[in-house]
Write a protein that binds this ligand. Structure first.
Ligand SMILES: [Fe+2]
Ligand SMILES: [Zn+2]
Length: 389
């Protein structure tokens, strides 16, 4: 039974139960385990002041940790606890409210707008402004987070510029293949990108268990006829598939598919379901590359059902309803969240004009690192409520 420890002025009351503390306001009742509170002490003994790194080793907290004394200072909106191991901690009630896991508090999800062909074209930002102005760079990063795609226009048509841009907003993710990959018509080229043929929407390097999560495609020159770029919001396709055909969605989340990409010197392979969910059940990663899938080795009874779902997904991905089609101009740097957005191109006529692009990969986490720093949200709020130095 909770036990009333301190008579405090409304609207807050504090009570201690066996293994947790209860903080009650007129709006809600919040509960915090003692082990959780002790683990989140932010005194100088328990944390490194500048970096917020934990000094206290969680496994060393006694399992019977509990407050010997508890006091709610209403004026300071702070709870003071003296623990039965002799340590003292203070917690801001505002910090507790923001971290109230007993009422389902979780990280606020950033705005994501799922799109279809109605989008027309990804949002556009001018290269000089993205590189030189923090507010425009933040707007570009917001657009990447919301739509999973953006075009950086008027990028200098200079060899390797795409890698320099990647280093402005994050870091290049290296793979087994070239750091900066050239895509142009090349009869000796090692993959279908070097032909003038249509490329159906796909994600690159599904032959990695963690494929690169950002792809940058810089059009140094694009003067050929045809070769329009295509993009598809894979998360939008999957949301509709999940709603209309949940069994098909489920088998795509369940049956592992192997992809391979190799060259004379390299061989990359990964086996995993096409669709991977996060711990909240949201789609996290779509791996889709018709050209790189190896023969399916799935239980016999799954194969028919898998192909039904896979063909349905492939038809949705290649349909005019989901696909945006637009021409990238010389100087356009197309950037996509490649765990979400599939890219492709229409066939082009290689004798009608030059078409040369360079692409590099990056990681989403690095892009969001940049976003957090530019938006000033990278320093955590200590549980004491006193800001970090
Ligand atoms: Fe590609
Ligand atoms: Zn402490």
């Amino acid at each position: 039974m909770p036990q009333q420890q301190n008579a405090v002025r409304l609207p807050l009351t504090l009570a201690l139960a066996d293994r947790y503390l209860e903080l009650t306001s007129p709006e809600r009742e919040s509960k915090f385990h003692y082990i959780w509170l002790r683990d989140n002490c932010w005194c100088e003994e328990c944390r490194v002041a500048q970096s917020a790194e934990r000094r206290i080793y969680t496994a060393d907290i006694p399992p019977d940790i509990a407050p010997a004394e508890a006091h709610l200072d209403h004026d300071a909106a702070t709870i003071h606890l003296r623990w039965n191991d002799g340590h003292s901690s203070s917690f801001s009630v505002w910090w507790l409210a923001a971290n109230d896991y007993s009422n389902g508090a979780e990280e606020p999800s950033p705005k994501v707008t799922l799109w279809t062909s109605d989008l027309g074209s990804p949002p556009r930002f001018e290269h000089g402004a993205v590189v030189g102005r923090p507010d425009v760079q933040l707007a570009y990063l917001d657009a990447m987070r919301e739509y999973g795609a953006a075009i950086v226009t008027r990028t200098p048509s200079v060899d390797g510029e795409v890698a320099r841009f990647a280093e402005v907003v994050g870091h290049v993710r290296e793979t087994a293949f070239e750091r900066v990959h050239n895509v142009r018509h090349d009869p000796q080229g090692y993959n279908v990108a070097h032909t003038p043929l249509e490329l159906k929407p796909h994600t690159d390097l599904p032959s990695y268990h963690w494929p690169p999560s950002i792809q940058l495609l810089h059009f140094l020159v694009n003067e050929s006829t045809g070769g329009e770029s295509t993009l598809v919001d894979g998360w939008s396709v999957l949301a509709d598939l999940r709603r209309d055909n949940p069994d098909a969605f489920d088998i795509l989340c369940r049956v592992p598919v192997t992809f391979q990409l190799f060259s004379e010197d390299e061989d990359t392979r990964a086996t995993a379901p096409l669709v991977q969910l996060d711990t909240s059940g949201r789609v996290q990663t779509l791996r889709f590359s018709n050209q790189l899938a190896l023969p399916l080795h799935a239980p016999f009874e799954d194969v028919g059902e898998f192909y039904d779902a896979y063909q349905l997904l492939g038809k949705m991905i290649d349909s005019d309803y989901y696909k945006i089609v637009f021409k990238c101009n010389t100087g356009d740097l197309l950037t996509v969240h490649s765990h979400r957005v599939l890219h492709g191109r229409k066939a082009f006529d290689p004798v009608s004009g030059a078409r040369h692009l360079q692409d590099v990969y990056m990681e989403w986490d690095d892009l969001m690192d940049r976003h957090n720093v530019l938006s000033g949200t990278h320093k955590p709020t200590p549980s004491t409520g006193v800001d970090l130095a």
